[in-house]
Design a protein around this ligand. Structure first.
Ligand SMILES: Cc1cc2nc3c(=O)[nH]c(=O)nc-3n(C[C@H](O)[C@H](O)[C@H](O)COP(=O)(O)O)c2cc1C
Length: 191
């Protein structure tokens, strides 16, 4: 059986990042949920590393190899995990720029788990008012439960909030169920 491909997009422009910690916690829960059920390959795409490659052009054909590979990984993923810090009440500009490079028809019906990390709880609806509409544009299948973290959910760069851990578990469980349903449907149709 071919591996389930998960693309984890981390929208933070700097390397030391709570958003990255959040993304890693979500990835770990997804890997646990799929363990023993389906083989999985998780690829992490960090804006912090990709920014120079992405900023060379507005069209995919203008990108250097690493930028083009990142766009291809998103377009080919069975599940996208979209995680961004909150900047000015929304996702970061570089996060949006990466998705600007994705073909408008590439993600139709594709499961996407949404997560954001802000300074406080005041912008918790950024997930539903900013991230979810972006993926509605792509006609993607967003996972119903999303994840929002605030700085108070962390102890430095470690997640300390049991409520946040529980929410990560809930969203990951729903994403795993979607992946398994799709894999079974594909298998039945192929049989
Ligand atoms: C340019 C900038 C804009 C920000 N705007 C917001 C905001 O509108 N709302 C919010 O809750 N936090 C905002 N923050 C705080 C970050 O979302 C918060 O510190 C987050 O934890 C940063 O994630 P990181 O550790 O991955 O860098 C902003 C931070 C920066 C640097």
């Amino acid at each position: 059986m071919s591996k389930i491909r998960i693309a984890v997009v981390i929208g933070n422009p700097s390397a030391k990042s709570r958003t990255k910690v959040l993304a890693q916690a979500i990835s770990a829960r997804l890997a646990d949920g799929l363990a023993g059920q389906l083989p999985v390959q998780i690829q992490t795409l960090e804006i912090a590393n990709l920014a120079p490659a992405l900023l060379t052009g507005g069209w995919p054909a203008e990108l250097p190899a690493d930028g083009a590979a990142a766009v291809r990984a998103i377009e080919a993923a069975d599940l996208i995990v979209a995680v961004t810090p909150v900047y000015k009440g929304s996702y970061t500009g570089l996060f949006k720029h990466l998705f600007d490079l994705v073909s408008p028809d590439a993600l139709v019906g594709r499961p996407v788990l949404l997560a954001a990390n802000g300074g406080s709880d005041r912008h918790a609806l950024v997930v539903d008012h900013q991230l979810r509409p972006l993926f509605s544009f792509f006609r993607a299948l967003t996972v119903p439960s999303s994840v929002y973290a605030a700085e108070s959910d962390f102890d430095g760069y470690t997640i300390r909030s049991p409520a946040l851990q529980a929410r990560i578990g809930e969203a990951a469980e729903q994403a795993v169920a979607l992946i398994i349903q799709k894999a079974h449907a594909k298998h039945l149709l192929a049989a």
